[in-house]
Design a protein around this ligand. Sequence first.
Ligand SMILES: [Zn+2]
Length: 323
Amino acid sequence: MMLGALTSLASPSGGRARLTTFYFHRVLPQPDPLLPGEPDARRFDAILGWIGNQFRVLDPLDACERLYAGTLPARAAIVSFDDGYRNNFEIALPILQRHGMKAVVFVATAFLDGGCMFNDRVIEAVRRAAAPVLPGDAIASATDLPLRGDAERRAAISQTLDAIKGLLPDDRNQRVARIERALGAPAAERLMMDAREVAAMSRAGMHIGGHTRTHPILCALDDASATDEIAGGLDDLTAITGTRPRLFAYPNGRYGRDYDRRHVAMVDAAGCAYAFTTQPGAATLASNRLELPRFTPWARTRMRFGLMALRNLADAGARVARH
Ligand SMILES: [Zn+2]
């Protein structure tokens, strides 16, 4: 088919190869009106089918090694997940296995065993709210935010996250706790994997990669704390799986805003061979092995998805500077 031929041209084998890395977060049991961007199981199955038709999905570590050895096949791709959601184990893993695909899951270790990232705490508190409004004073807003339907709930979530995302972690956690109390929401189900599930993902042949402990904006930390987040997260994963991760993904992932050259050096010193950003584009032999680009596919039809992936291949967004 034409898409396949164009993809082979844009993503040839060998020394001129381009490596596409797709990334996902949650894979939902069914569509969720509060998370319109996240695929449910059926859509994820379809997306993996599209990826499998257009690309050749490789073991993530092998793919990185072959990129720099100049031995990648044409149309090479990696599938990755960020943060360590429980549904990666319960829902995504069996679908990946059905497609015969290996993926890498980047896990923020502080949230294993019952933790929850601040953005998800806000989403789940709004979802489960007993109160009809989010009181404005909980987010330093002059007006209360109504929560009567999905559209108002989505708007309240986005306004709340905008109001608190720039706060320091302790202040942000206090603010989230206040929002949870104001909404009177019962506790959410466990969203992230536990250690046993991470170990099972690893035994199933998936790679487990570093993603820090608490998912901070690394640029906002002093160097000692950033080192502790990066190396400590890798230590935690080593203790869980028995294997030191070779792969890492920077939280949030934009150079100069979320991480910088100091953190690239820390990831290198901590023993990771390859690391991923959220800069779109495809990696080439000239890409920095510790700043490989990634791409989130959001298109809802096979043709649009294929064209987005092609356009991403044409994007030389990868940082090539070797720090
Ligand atoms: Zn993340």
